[in-house]
Design a protein around this ligand. Sequence first.
Ligand code: MN
Length: 270
Amino acid sequence: MSTLTVAGIHLSVAALTDPGLQRPVNEDSFLADGPAFVVADGMGGYERGELASAAVVKAFSIQLHGDRFGEVAEVHAALLDADDRVADVARGTTLGSGSTATGAVLVSHEGKPFWLIFNVGDSRVYRHRGSELEQLTVDHSLGRELVDAGKMAASELATFKDRNIITRAIGARDSLADSWLIPVVNGERLLLCSDGLYGELDDESIRAILTMNGRPETVARVLVDHANARGGWDNITVVVIDIVSGGANLNGESPTGRSGSRPANDTNSV
Ligand code: MN
């Protein structure tokens, strides 16, 4: 889609949303501008999903824009505003309305560039470096939470029919975000996506596509095409962000002065 420079960080970014092959309406929305990159998936089983996800994106675009770092407080404010806006969308509906909100925001932390990664619901952020793929977010889904609580074996997850029921969402009773701070590292690639992607493609398929393809726009197209080739049962949204320069060098000093990578669990504060 484009190259983007935000507060001296040079990015190459592509974003694509597709209704898939089975749903009449695309209820996903995305934001890829300024310091904020967001995917929102209007919830199935509720009403006005496309309006709910658009309301989430609107809240972030109002708080976070321009060629500058975002602030943690602005992300917090955007999440609160998103909750209010989705409540407005839900007013007058029978089933209510809701949306996921998952994103990566460029922030300055102790004078160095970081990504504030956050999620509410089951849209994901992955980090790709070299040929390795790591899921940074933890899904707020019934299946994931039962496994994490030791109440179900991970091997049972794929066949558990309620695995995709979302336990947190913007507009729901529990809309608390989880968040992580990770350094901005040159040469890394972030992937934000809705469950319409990973519902069709397992992590190994996603990893292979991210590794084998060069430009973000090519990667985004290939991811969506592969999800549709597997059936396209849900709306599919992908945002691919390459960190070109302006961050830390992978083999040099990290922004905190430590070398190498850090676990993606530094904060939990949004
Ligand atoms: Mn979905």
